[in-house]
Unconditional design. Sequence first.
Length: 378
Amino acid sequence: MNQPAVRVNSWNEWDPLREIVVGVADNACFEPSEPGYRPALRDTDAPFPTGPKPAEMIDRANAQLDGLAAVLEAQGVTVRRPDAIDLRSALRTPTFEVDNQYCVVCPRDVMITLGNEIVEASMSRRARYFEYQAYRTLVYEYWNADPNMVWTVAPKPTMADSMYRQDFWDWPLAERHARMHESEFCVTQDEVVFDAADMNRFGRDIVVQESMTTNRAGIRWLKRHLEPRGFRVHPVHFPLDFFPSHIDCTFVPLRPGLILTNPERPLREGEEQMFLGNDWELVDVPQPTSTNEEMPRYCQSSKWLSMNVLSISPTKVVCEEREKPLQDLLDKLGFEVVPVPFRDVFEYGGSLHCATWDVNREGTAEDYFPDLDYTPVV
Ligand code: ABU
């Protein structure tokens, strides 16, 4: 069968899904400690493991990733997979060295589709600098097949020691609380730094979280790049999240007019106005079924992976199978819920939204914020 000419088209997080990439756990390693990241065990001060992950852990994660792929295919969605690249060798670049890479389980962190454009993020961590390579076969395929597809690679930062604020990791919680409105984290403001998963897509409006993985220079780059293409880019902040990284466990749009919100991470005062003033409802999710302490042993993400759901359409959502309180809320809000087991994937940095990257959804560039007062960068 001939493939349609338009292969790359996705404007938001909820339109009916046609084609998606699901990550793979092959060759995954424990994430190394580096200036932009300090993995730690939850239950002990023992050192975090290093090097390749054991085969049985990888097999368990792959079984759940394959399970998600099968569920999506049964829903009529085309599922693609990244290349299983070598992640186990040490890297040495002119500006940094790292013992091994991490994994290619979470395409959402690296790749984003903005209409007919695919953007490869700059990334913020050394062990993830070359992760884009796992997606290049797919990107070339889309680029060769779709004459309207635009492919953009964001500037690569040095990831040299000077790009990071190392004392960040030692700030006591009281100091973090006192500094919570400063939005200064482990990356400095000198270079363009962003992970793709700090963005939500709402048609022509892109919301981007300032975080440990996205700095103000990164947001400036996104504005200058996207505004001439008709997008409006809105920085947002969640000051009570002292270690913010990726917006999709904090602020999750599910259909026009509805965003799931994290009750422990409210928006900075005033930032909710853009949404409330345009008839969007912000609905707090229930507490997750696990506390942070009960999350899988090597998982570095928070309990709020519970709300890291994936929309198949504006009426159908894939949700982790244990998260019954959230499933009940989604049901009350009128969604059909597709439960999927996914906890064995958590230690690879995410849940259902993180582990996917939608390349094609039905729909076009809509304006969901008609009453917005917006001044583009000059
Ligand atoms: N990669 C998403 C993790 C976000 C969180 O831990 O809340």
